[in-house]
Design a protein around this ligand. Structure first.
Ligand SMILES: NC(=O)c1ccc[n+]([C@@H]2O[C@H](COP(=O)([O-])OP(=O)(O)OC[C@H]3O[C@@H](n4cnc5c(N)ncnc54)[C@H](O)[C@@H]3O)[C@@H](O)[C@H]2O)c1
Ligand SMILES: NC(=O)c1ccc[n+]([C@@H]2O[C@H](COP(=O)([O-])OP(=O)(O)OC[C@H]3O[C@@H](n4cnc5c(N)ncnc54)[C@H](O)[C@@H]3O)[C@@H](O)[C@H]2O)c1
Lengths: 208, 208
């Protein structure tokens, strides 16, 4: 049972290795990787051993090789179907985010409760009315949903997704979602919390 | 020099204490807090001692008292001025996010390079053309900026903000920002990374 903070760190390592790959770096020292991620090389070594990577003396990593290993173990190389629920400002920004497709995430469906939105939005993604969430999520085998509805619609939208068999939800709304199915993983993105972290970190660096 | 992961955890503790306060909880056990945050009670105790909180036998915390302490030490109770650069879908969603004001973040300015956007956007926030960023950031003492411009405009917008004396940037764009002023804290919000974490965590919980 791997804890979420460990998974977050490993995903961050994967992302940083991707950036290094783009810069044509073939290897990276343990300490440079630690700097780029913001964690100690000790915790990096510990995290990587949890996913079976122990073949390193801890000084230097092969960028391509390590990235492939993480990608295989965590199944990043397979195509994943996601959907977006709520196609307002945040939802439509996500529909149009080019980075998704190149990272293996295919937006299989967009849902909204407003017929007007469904008819006027310019996108290649297939759009459906919100009441069709259970049917389409099940039919297309959609794993993950991005929730971008108004907070009062968050709980009911999450329940419809659960009904269709969704496995994970990325929640952009400020509402706290409670689902009976405890295996459905819900992550919350909160601008206020992000801003607090930035404020504190910049306070600290400007004081020292 | 407190590392970012520690600050992130403490901000998360603060947020969770706020939720508990709303639910009228007066105390919380160390293990329940650990569950809600996703970190061990040991690391919670370690983090809190870094900000001077050592007066606990580790079993139970006073919700209100602990939240106030964190709020004081990290200056969450003071009003902070932020600005939003780029008022498209993401930027205008943020302009309209009600939770900001109640958490002490005042949006002092919005910037965009499109005159049309500046004239047609419905908001109480004062809007300015992008070339006025250095002048307004300096004049109003704005600490933090949310960057929501297209990725090709990210670097130049960040430089204008730095020119005005910005202290922290929350970067929504996929561009990697490089600033000479190393004290300016830049945090990146990346939907792809968030989706990877959700995918992996839901895989794990559906396998076990
Ligand atoms: N996480 C953050 O930091 C952050 C920042 C800004 C906004 N938000 C939140 O993100 C959400 C979306 O914000 P926005 O500005 O894009 O809102 P918006 O009003 O522009 O869009 C909401 C969309 O959801 C649709 N909708 C309403 N009820 C629905 C339902 N039951 N099923 C499906 N679709 C439904 C609406 O028709 C609309 O298209 C809000 O909850 C907002 O509070 C979060
Ligand atoms: N972080 C994520 O996960 C995520 C998800 C979706 C989109 N995005 C990114 O967020 C950014 C905004 O996305 P969006 O959908 O809101 O884009 P958008 O095109 O709707 O809005 C961009 C806005 O920036 C303005 N702008 C352009 N150049 C500018 C400049 N030099 N100075 C000031 N303003 C300028 C435009 O006039 C427009 O109003 C993009 O970089 C996009 O790739 C990130």
């Amino acid at each position: 049972d791997v804890p979420k903070p460990t998974i977050e760190r490993i995903c961050k390592i994967y992302q940083v290795l991707g950036d290094l790959e783009k810069e044509k770096a073939e290897t990276v020292t343990s300490s440079r990787l630690a700097d780029l991620i913001g964690f100690s090389s000790h915790s990096i070594r510990k995290d990587l051993s949890l996913i079976g990577f122990t073949g390193n003396n801890g000084a230097r990593y092969q960028v391509k090789k390590l990235k492939e290993l993480i990608g295989n173990v965590l199944c990043f190389d397979r195509q994943r179907k996601i959907c977006v629920v709520g196609l307002g400002r945040i939802g439509s920004a996500i529909l149009n985010y080019p980075n998704l497709k190149e990272s293996g995430f295919e937006i299989a469906a967009g849902f909204d409760s407003s017929v007007n939105k469904l008819e006027t939005l310019k996108t290649d993604v297939k759009l459906f009315p919100a009441y069709q969430i259970p049917e389409i999520v099940k039919r297309d085998g959609i794993d993950t949903a991005v929730l971008a509805v108004p907070s009062e619609a968050a709980q009911s939208s999450a329940e419809r997704l659960a009904e269709g068999g969704i496995k994970g939800i990325l929640n952009f709304t400020p509402a706290n979602i409670r689902l009976n199915a405890k295996e459905i993983f819900v992550a919350n993105i909160d601008l206020v919390n992000e801003l607090r972290v930035v404020s504190v970190m910049s306070d600290l660096s400007f004081r020292s």
